[in-house]
Design a protein. Sequence first.
Length: 77
Amino acid sequence: MWVLRKLTSVWRFYADGFRNMTWGRPLWILIILKLVILFAILRVFFFQPVLAGKSDEQKSDFVGEELINHMTDNTDD
């Protein structure tokens, strides 16, 4: 019960704070919009699912080869 009361008081604290904001609300909307752009839109273009549709053995082989290639590329510098 003690934890529930603490969580309730924290929730009320933040809810009252957000309710009384004037500049904060548009800023939070901007922050949320930027996060949506970052994680939803950029993920589609830059983070292709290279491991999708592969078996566990193929996935482990691919990751192992990529790690080895990455380590050998860094040692050449």
